[in-house]
Design a protein around this ligand. Structure first.
Ligand code: FPP
Length: 251
């Protein structure tokens, strides 16, 4: 899976599913002497640009980290700003997403969210459920560890209800993950130069490629996504195998 360096990346070489850690909003605002909330607001514009650009690269699914289970530790005012952005993003963009064939799915725990946000999430999911052209997954009140714990609990519940039996395996646990039924994650991108997963898609990251980019999230768009796709296309994905003909069983 190699592509020439420079020039436009070739859509058929993948990735189908890109996950984005949209980091650097605060630093973008700080560098301009603006309040952090302005960075998040510009971050929403970057998200809109990136969703629009993704199909140009053959991407069929984007998963973005909107709010983590750890983000509740931020000052109340910033938490409230982020909740406000969800309200305005859905209010301003849901019609367009719906018309453009985008299905919206929200990953993460619904408990603990303000009631109107939970209702907005349900409305966004319901009104786009029939769409199949593109899947936009927004991780909100999401943590990778919490998601695995919830999946394990769901298995225990099925077991106790007599709806599951036998030893737990990856497929049975996977049924309870909030990403269940979605395409496998091919590429995880983190912006702003930080190099860590921060509790994002821990299970799903198993064989994803990781790309770290030095751009701050509010500056993200078509060009930066093209660069991430190009880097992905230069990787050699082996999924634990080696790059030779597989051994054939004999006898
Ligand atoms: C990280 O930047 C970004 C976030 C915690 C939130 C990302 C949210 C958006 C882009 C808004 C749109 C989201 C939805 C769900 C509509 P940071 O604040 O950690 O930046 P810093 O590391 O520079 O301080």
């Amino acid at each position: 899976m190699t592509a020439p360096t420079g020039g436009a990346p070739t859509p058929e070489a993948g990735p189908r599913h890109v996950a984005l850690i949209m980091d650097g909003n605060g630093r973008w605002a700080q560098a301009r002497g603006l309040p952090r909330a302005m960075g998040h607001r510009e971050g929403v514009q970057a998200l809109k640009r990136t969703v629009q650009a993704a199909p140009d690269f053959g991407i069929e699914c984007l998963t973005v980290f909107g709010f983590s289970t750890e983000n509740w530790r931020r000052p109340a005012e910033e938490v409230s700003d982020l909740m406000g952005l969800v309200r305005s993003y859905v209010a301003s963009d849901l019609n367009r997403l719906e018309k453009n064939g985008v299905r919206v799915r929200v990953l993460g725990r619904r408990t603990g969210l303000p009631a109107d946000i939970a209702a907005i999430i349900e409305r966004a999911e319901r009104s786009t459920a029939h769409n199949t052209r593109f899947l936009l997954q927004v991780a909100f009140n999401y943590g990778g560890r919490a998601d695995i714990v919830d999946a394990a609990q769901a298995y225990v519940d099925r077991l106790l209800a007599g709806q599951a039996s036998g030893p737990l395996d990856e497929a049975s646990l996977g049924l309870g993950l909030s990403t269940e039924g979605g395409p496998p994650v091919d590429l995880i991108v983190r912006t702003s130069g930080e190099q860590r997963l921060s509790n994002f898609l821990l299970w799903e990251a198993a064989y994803a490629e990781l790309v770290y980019q030095n751009v701050l999230w509010p500056d993200y768009g078509h060009e930066a996504l093209a660069d991430a796709v190009r880097q992905y296309q230069q990787r050699d994905r082996r999924f634990g195998a080696i790059a030779v003909e597989p051994a054939l069983a004999t006898g």
